[in-house]
Ligand binder design. Structure first.
Ligand SMILES: [Fe+2]
Length: 301
């Protein structure tokens, strides 16, 4: 399973937001996307690899080394929440903004996890806005909305969602808007491969994370997605694992980019078929081979 990265194309050199349109300037590419109800970032190329990591927020040496290994070739990385421990963005600042400083040649897409909402008084609006502001200051960080699509030339469409929206008692307007966006994504016929990213997965997290109940509406949301997309990539449980596939949907957990927990291999419903708790790592999708590989920190670097 261990795999080194091979050379990957585009290096992001700049990004700017124009009213109603997102414009990315990459080496040799200018990319535009209209932003009617949600945001879609359109890329006119397919990266060789797409990397998915979760729970990077310790900003420790292990994460720096893992990130440097990934970044050395420049790729597209999605981070599945818990961006700063213990207090979200505040911790990111305390850690000298490790997300911005370790990924210099990769495009980084974000979504938020439970720790990113740690400060109760700032819950929701302010914390989200702070993250959006933080992303806008960094050319290679994509995070302008709670939910969005990365569209790689119609070959791969990656939906990134916020799973925390299901934790309030009643569905919020944000949750309703996100659900509409998800429903539209699922019926799209212009994407050959669909991947969905978020922090909390479709199953109650691995027992090593402590007993957690899956909020009902989140469970319902995932049930609507399972079997309809190529893969779901999440974080939260601090291990690199694959749960039993549901229909054609691979279920991949990548919550071990800076933290590791004991691997019981027993999430309530998924039942892990692969589980590693000894090395920091994540997942990569090889777009040419249509293959998922677990990636781990090369300790010698
Ligand atoms: Fe989490």
């Amino acid at each position: 399973m261990k795999k080194l990265f091979t050379a990957i194309g585009s290096i992001i050199t700049g990004a700017a937001i124009v009213w109603g349109t997102i414009v990315f300037k990459t080496t040799g590419h200018t990319l535009k996307a209209k932003v009617p109800e949600g945001i879609e970032y359109k890329f006119d190329f397919v990266p060789e690899k797409l990397v998915m990591l979760g729970d990077t927020g310790m900003c420790n040496k292990g994460f720096y080394d893992l990130a440097a290994q990934i970044d050395s070739v420049g790729t597209h990385v999605t981070i599945n929440g818990d961006l700063g421990y213990p207090t979200g963005l505040k911790s990111q600042i305390a850690f000298d903004g490790c997300l911005a400083s370790v990924f210099r040649f990769s495009l980084v897409s974000l979504n938020m996890g439970n720790h990113d909402f740690y400060e109760k008084k700032l819950f929701k609006k302010k914390m989200r806005e702070n993250y959006f502001k933080y992303a806008s200051k960094h050319q290679n960080i994509v995070f302008d909305n709670d939910f969005y699509v990365n569209n790689y030339n119609g070959e791969i469409c990656q939906l990134v969602i916020s799973t925390y929206v299901h934790e309030s008692i009643k569905a919020s307007k944000l949750e309703e808007d996100q659900q509409k966006f998800i429903d539209k994504f699922l019926v799209r016929t212009d994407c050959k491969i669909k991947i969905v990213n978020g922090h909390h997965g479709p199953y109650a997290s691995d027992e090593s994370h402590g007993k957690e109940k899956l909020p009902k509406r989140r469970k319902k949301m995932w049930r609507g997605i399972l079997k309809r997309v190529h893969a779901i990539s999440t974080g939260h449980s601090h291990l690199t694992a694959e749960e039993k596939a549901k229909g054609k949907t691979r279920v991949l957990i990548s919550g071990a980019s800076s933290k590791l927990n004991h691997c019981t291999g027993k999430s309530k419903e998924g039942k892990s078929i692969f589980c590693n708790d000894t090395e920091l790592g994540g997942w990569e999708y090889d777009t040419a081979l249509n293959e998922w590989n677990a990636i781990f920190l090369e300790k010698e670097i």
